[in-house]
Design a protein. Structure first.
Length: 276
């Protein structure tokens, strides 16, 4: 493993290096602040918000686990995240493949519509979405999943589209000569070549779905990790110890998932943005 050394760097490079170190501390401080306060009692946090724990207090984690009903909300959030990510990847990859391989005006118009959807803020459409969810009886854990498919597809289609265009058409032509159909060609030949961008989209969408608060609040209103954390943030009383403990334990699964696939993020984004 290579180590960072400043021995053979110019003064300007050393200055930039230490500036980066200082800025990185600003990014790490909120995470350290939450972890430290999760090991302190709420009264101690109220008196000295930036202090260190005199002794490690694990009661916050016990309280957060019980009051959040963590196994239940973890399962619900896991189902929403996994089903939402799988649905986005499957539908978006198929759609992007057809749009990239169909050179017609209609395919260009459809792709332009998906691209235009990227610039629409969620706050503009959240009220119609809440009304549609109520009208179509989607106010449940299973009902919110297809809503995430629709919200996540524009970005995924945009990224898949650029990557699919980099796949040589000769591979598909050879498969067609051997008698392979369109579905077989896509799932057996093309889709495995998209694993880099698939991993990238999986990480990005998993982070979004796992941490999303607004859509579950509008549609489901209970049953997810982010909504369960509201129990520690009342109008007149805030349990800072249990709140920070709940943030810590709820962040661990998605952080581990991110660390496992992080090497694909920059590589996939760059490939999907510039190829084709």
């Amino acid at each position: 493993m290579k180590t960072i050394s400043t021995k053979h760097q110019s003064p300007a490079q050393k200055a930039i290096f230490w500036i980066i170190i200082v800025f990185s501390l600003f990014f790490f401080y909120p995470m350290l602040y939450v972890i430290i306060n999760s090991l302190r009692e709420s009264a101690d946090i109220t008196r000295f918000p930036t202090g260190f724990p005199g002794s490690f207090y694990v009661g916050n984690y016990v309280k957060a686990w019980k009051e959040m009903e963590f196994p239940k909300v973890f399962f619900n959030t896991f189902v929403i995240t996994s089903a939402g990510v799988l649905g986005i990847i499957l539908t978006s990859s198929m759609c992007a493949y057809m749009l990239a391989r169909t050179d017609t005006r209609l395919s260009w118009i459809i792709y332009s519509i998906f691209t235009f959807a990227l610039v629409i803020p969620f706050q503009i459409i959240m009220v119609p979405i809440a009304v549609l969810a109520s009208d179509f009886n989607l106010t449940s854990i299973s009902g919110i999943i297809p809503m995430y498919w629709g919200l996540g597809c524009p970005t995924a289609i945009f990224m898949f589209h650029g990557f699919v265009k980099s796949v040589p058409r000769e591979l598909e032509e050879s498969a067609a000569i051997d008698g392979a159909g369109r579905f077989y060609t896509f799932f057996v030949i093309v889709l495995p070549l998209l694993r880099t961008i698939i991993a990238t989209i999986a990480v990005i969408d998993a982070l979004w779905l796992w941490n999303d608060f607004l859509l579950p609040l509008l549609v489901v209103r209970e049953g997810t990790i982010q909504l369960a954390q509201m129990r520690f943030n009342g109008q007149f009383l805030k349990d800072y110890g249990a709140m920070t403990a709940s943030l810590t334990i709820s962040s661990l699964p998605i952080i581990l998932f991110y660390l496992f696939l992080q090497k694909y993020i920059i590589k996939g984004i760059a490939a999907g943005a510039v190829k084709g």
